[in-house]
Design a protein around this ligand. Sequence first.
Ligand code: ATP
Ligand code: MG
Length: 398
Amino acid sequence: MRLILYLGKGGVGKTTTAAATAVRAAELGYRTLVVSTDVAHSLADALDMPLGSAPTQLTERLWGQEINVLDEVREHWGELRTYLANVLRRKGVDDVAAEELAIIPGMEEVVSLLHIRRQAKRGTFDVVVVDAAPTGETVRLLTMPETFSWYAGRVMDWEPQTLKAARPLVKQLVPVSDMFATLERLTKGVEALRENLTDPEVSSYRLVINPERMVIKEAQRAATYLALFGYPVDGVVLNRVIPVEQAEGEFMRELARIQQGYRKLAYDLFQPLPIWEGPYYARDLAGIEDLSMVGHKLFGETDPVKIQFQGKTQEIVREGEEYIMRLPLPHVEIAKVSMTKRGDELFIEIGNFRRDMILPMALAERPARRAVFRNGVLEIRFGEPELLPLGATASDGL
Ligand SMILES: Nc1ncnc2c1ncn2[C@@H]1O[C@H](COP(=O)(O)OP(=O)(O)OP(=O)(O)O)[C@@H](O)[C@H]1O
Ligand SMILES: [Mg+2]
């Protein structure tokens, strides 16, 4: 089973690309499902076919689905959400705000992905194409499935009286033991989901961009945090490139010239990832025939279901008395990376994203000395252990 996930800034062409990939995959003989996790769906429009919240067969080997995100949230998070909202209300948070606070950011996408995983596990499809991939919030939530329990715990423990006052209410709604069972189910589900989503044999993330500055910048950020959290990116779709030879008139020529500059930038920034280019079409794109044409143009003879790039996400090597941890972080500038080590935890921060890593024992007892950034790889050097048990030498116990 393969999962192909497209992500990118609003309007760059994620839905079109996902649908085109799926149409192409089906043509190549794969049993393919294309599924939208967007609350505001547009997949049915792109395919020009009605879709439901269960997979609808569209051609011999193609199925489409628009997940009802709100239903999924209600199913997986409903009881807990009601419970938490009530606790918050007791605390004086007003109604609508309490409902909002009772939802963990990223929750919607997580429950959609849980749904996709359940479905994929049934084994009906060779490939599932996802429009669109998880955003930053979701990636963080996936990385720490305990967030659910932590969050629920925080809401309940803020004030002991709150919990006490809320108890009678809780009893009416859900028995507390059910609540813990729900939390555990969610945590386990998310753990398993993360395993699939970070397995390069299963999942491929693809960035969709246009030859525009802000779009490329946003995609760079996404590439960075996906790498940081260990999600395998295997390519970039550069969509809406104006064909230079067809650009007539001063305005169009200038626009094409600017685009070519950003096109080159994209190749510089995203190497060694493959880039697939799609032209700017001077017409509406809709329906399977159009999508097949878009898919052909984009991938040519390449089979888009296959893994297109594989690289290491993390590596620890020994050099003399030191250890070096290598984190390939494409497109990061060293000035934006900061590092703190506390016991066996290493915190790496890049902008808003933070990775809390538990270090293996061999590194935990060593001071994190230096972080150097070389050829797109962050190298963290760990020195000799600072505190040694009496009579031990530096190489003991390693
Ligand atoms: N290469 C292209 N040439 C011309 N039009 C395109 C191209 N790619 C996409 N479009 C059109 O642009 C519009 C937006 O594309 P699409 O819905 O695929 O973007 P999206 O990234 O999924 O947007 P959203 O972030 O809103 O979900 C659609 O009408 C689509 O048909
Ligand atoms: Mg879309």
